[in-house]
Design a protein around this ligand. Structure first.
Ligand SMILES: *Cc1c(COP(=O)(O)O)cnc(C)c1O
Length: 446
């Protein structure tokens, strides 16, 4: 084929645009991007003057669109019933907290300025007051995430020294963050005590040496132990540590600041309980059970926190004003049970089954092939791994997963969960304000 003939045979842009495989990217990337990607591929084909079959060119367009889509952050409707889904950004942030934080972040603030002296202030003290108030601790600081908090603590206190940890607490959390390797990277020598299922106070006692820097406790996070097990009460660990003149550090991970029993969930150890037990430093995440932005929070004894603030490494782990503002605003919602419900995690947990059923009825009335059914929601995010929360789902027949696929490419994408030939959309994680949108998407595709 001559170059001229090749040019003539180039398929038209509209043929690509009407291809369903390509159209599926429109909700994610927008019409303009779809068109410019197609034009770019065709231009390249024209310059090269080679292989111009629609089959070949459309594959190239799809390849480009798929890479662009993978690099784009988009709104997703989480209908999985998993409240803190790491794949979907964990905790949604409170709208009210966001609006208040926007005022701080879009202007100037006293981030590192002391308004009383007119001199330099410390960003590492900015949330101390609210953390003292909400968590009942002497002091608190905020770093990038809980993983960073653990690293900072180990780097400050345990470099070249020994840290005693119960064998069953040497967990791996998501993203390959494994405690034993973190200890190694921080230059701390790990001293494992106990058997896999049982650890006693005497195990810790025997492991103490003059080189022991800390007794370390970790939340089991994403797994649970049952059966023939034994753990040491944290308060006992604290009195042992006190006698040895060293602190206990607890990585709580999920970081509950309220008792989750009030939502019908099993008891989850709270930050306040850890502080009450006398734990020296408690580390936890901002975007798990706290319901705020990604952050790592360390609360505890003032003298220990001062040591953390003096570690030059803290500079590399610091958070920006946006995180501080969002976290501060989220924490201030804990002041009353009314404002707490402005945190999406708590409004989702607080929704009654009657409310969820009533919403499901509206779906069923609009979508004849759907039905309402009981469902189980989960907290997710490495917290309360075994706890289920009674919920309500709208079920759609979907033997081959075609409906699930169609909804994933809706605008905005809707992700449910497939269970024995049905697609379940759990209403607990769908914001009520999104119901109309989801119903419209279903009406167009089912
Ligand atoms: C989730 C978790 C972490 C890590 O928290 P990030 O904020 O995601 O860094 C650390 N330790 C425990 C026990 C956890 O559950």
């Amino acid at each position: 084929m001559s170059r001229r003939d090749a040019q003539r045979s180039i398929p038209a842009v509209h043929r690509f645009l009407s291809d369903d495989r390509i159209g599926a990217y429109e909700p994610v990337l927008g019409h303009g991007n779809l068109k410019s990607t197609i034009v770019a591929v065709l231009d390249r084909a024209r310059t090269d003057g080679v292989e111009l079959s629609y089959h070949h060119l459309s594959a190239e367009v799809i390849h480009s669109l798929a890479s662009a889509a993978a690099e784009t952050l988009n709104t997703v409707i989480n209908a999985t019933g998993i409240l803190l889904h790491t794949n979907f950004g964990r905790a949604p942030i409170s709208r009210q907290a966001w609006d208040e934080a926007a005022k701080l972040a879009t202007g100037y603030s006293n981030l590192e300025y002391d308004l009383l002296t007119g001199g330099r202030g410390s960003r590492y003290s900015r949330l101390s007051a609210i953390l003292r108030e909400v968590a009942g601790a002497e002091d608190g600081i905020v770093v990038n995430n809980c993983a960073a908090a653990v690293l900072l603590i180990l780097d400050t206190f345990a470099k070249g020294r020994e840290v005693v940890v119960a064998r069953n607490q040497l967990i791996e959390i998501g993203g390959g963050f494994r405690l034993p390797e973190v200890f190694e990277r921080a230059g701390a020598r790990l001293v494992e005590v106990g058997a896999t299922n049982k650890v006693y106070l005497r195990d810790y006692e025997r492991a103490l040496t003059p080189r022991t820097a800390l007794l370390f406790r970790s939340h089991l996070s994403n797994f649970a132990m049952s059966g023939f097990t034994h753990d040491v009460a944290p308060a006992q660990l604290v009195s042992l540590a006190r006698r040895a003149g060293i602190p206990v550090v607890e990585d709580l991970g999920s970081g509950a600041l309220v008792d989750f029993e009030r939502f019908g969930l099993p008891h989850e150890r709270t930050v306040q309980e850890a502080i009450g037990d006398g734990v020296g430093l408690v580390a936890f995440s901002g975007d798990k059970l706290l319901g705020g932005p990604q952050a790592g929070i360390i609360v505890g004894k003032r003298a220990l926190l001062s040591r953390l603030r003096e570690n030059a490494f803290i500079r590399a782990l610091r958070v920006d004003k946006v995180t501080l503002a969002l976290l501060g605003q989220t924490l201030s919602r804990y002041r009353s049970s009314q404002t707490m419900l402005e945190v999406p995690l708590f409004s989702m947990l607080n929704a009654s089954l009657d409310e969820l059923r009533a919403r499901a009825e509206r779906y069923v009335a609009a979508i004849p092939s759907s039905r309402s059914m009981p469902s189980n929601a989960y907290l997710g995010g490495g917290s309360l791994p075994q706890a289920t929360l009674a919920s309500v789902a709208v079920a759609l027949p979907d033997a081959d997963g075609a409906v699930a696929r169609a909804l994933r490419t809706a605008e905005p994408p809707i992700v449910g969960r497939l269970e024995s030939g049905s697609l379940l959309l759990d209403l607990r994680t769908i914001a009520p304000r999104d119901d109309r949108l989801v119903i419209a998407a279903l009406a167009a595709r089912v």
